[in-house]
Design a protein around this ligand. Structure first.
Ligand code: C5P
Length: 313
């Protein structure tokens, strides 16, 4: 008598985008160790894929050019996301998560947050939980300040520590080149350097010293209008000086991108990836080529935004 064929193990795969902060305004250090933000996020078309497959015991594997830089133990944010979801539903987090990484690691593009958001959605679907979106976003916020945006995608204003999202209208496609650096920067280190520089300038670095950050009306109008020149005139990152202080060579990358025709160049989030805004796809391709050959970065990736958030594929 022949055995019935074992049903193939089901795998759920979720694609999650990287982000750039077109405005990152940082308030003073709060008592809880975070900074209040006016954080205008734009999701862009570089993606990680997170696959969830049933397993006897929790397991995590990683592929991609920077796989060796990613922690593959319980501390990985994707593994923590799976455990958090399982705990909330009183079930075992018995899952094999595979991260196929294309987003630069520790690059200021929310790669770790993308993996957490992807793991949450992939496990939710694999385990048939159908958790309401609002609850998934609340779990995202527990995992990290940028995780709700990685889940939501598009464009949004992040307030609080970045986790309180208001979706934003975007009236067109914005073309970007991302110059990927060798090695990453630690986000807490960059925030600490920002505080240190403020202290050194004599402005003070505490919540009571620095005005509450607000979103720029001109920048929001540029996004709504889909106008790259207007957006270029208004992009701003309060963490840029800190990232440049920790990694002075990034100044050369920024100069190389601007000399290659970018409308604007800025450090992406806490860096060290540099983001360049271009008027169209052709000039993005040309600038990416010029940056690649400039010797000031490891790789240059042309792409566009807004991109959709976490999506089951
Ligand atoms: O929220 P997340 O875990 O991604 O934050 C990592 C670190 O970045 C925090 O521990 C804190 O040092 C810094 N951070 C901050 N203010 C924010 C967000 C992050 O100081 N709004």
């Amino acid at each position: 008598m022949s055995q019935p064929a074992a049903a193939p193990a089901r795998t759920v795969t979720v694609r999650v985008p990287a982000k750039v902060n077109v405005q990152l305004s940082v308030g003073g250090l709060r008592a809880d160790g975070f900074h209040p933000l006016a954080n205008v996020f734009l999701a862009v078309g570089l993606y990680d894929s997170v696959s969830a497959t049933p397993a006897q015991t929790p397991r995590l594997t990683v592929s991609g050019p920077d796989a060796a830089l990613v922690p593959q133990d319980r501390s990985n944010l994707a593994a923590r996301a799976a455990r958090l979801l399982a705990q909330r539903h009183g079930i075992e987090a018995a899952v094999h998560l595979h991260l196929a990484k294309d987003i630069p690691v520790a690059g200021g593009m929310a790669g770790g947050s993308a993996d957490a958001a992807g793991a949450l959605l992939a496990c939710d679907r694999l385990w048939g939980l159908d958790t309401p979106r609002e609850e998934l976003l609340a779990l995202c916020a527990e995992l990290g300040s940028d995780v709700p945006f990685s889940f939501a995608g598009g464009a949004a204003l992040g307030q609080g520590r970045g986790e309180v999202l208001t979706p934003l209208q975007v009236g067109g496609v914005f073309h970007w080149v991302f110059a990927v650096a060798d090695g990453g920067l630690s986000t807490p280190d960059v925030y600490r350097e920002c505080d240190r520089l403020r202290e050194a300038e004599g402005t003070g670095s505490a919540d009571t010293d620095i005005p509450e950050p607000v979103a720029s009306e001109a920048l929001l109008a540029a996004l709504r209008g889909g106008d790259p020149q207007a957006l270029a005139a208004t992009v701003h990152n309060d963490l840029q000086a800190a990232a440049l202080s920790l990694r002075p060579a990034l100044a050369e990358t920024l100069t190389a991108g601007l000399e290659a025709g970018a409308l604007a160049g800025l450090v992406s989030g806490s860096g060290p990836t540099c983001a360049f805004l271009l008027p169209d796809a052709d000039s993005a391709a040309r600038t990416a080529h010029a940056l690649t050959t400039s010797g000031t970065c490891r790789a240059a990736r042309p792409t566009a935004g807004p991109a959709p958030g976490a999506t089951v594929v």
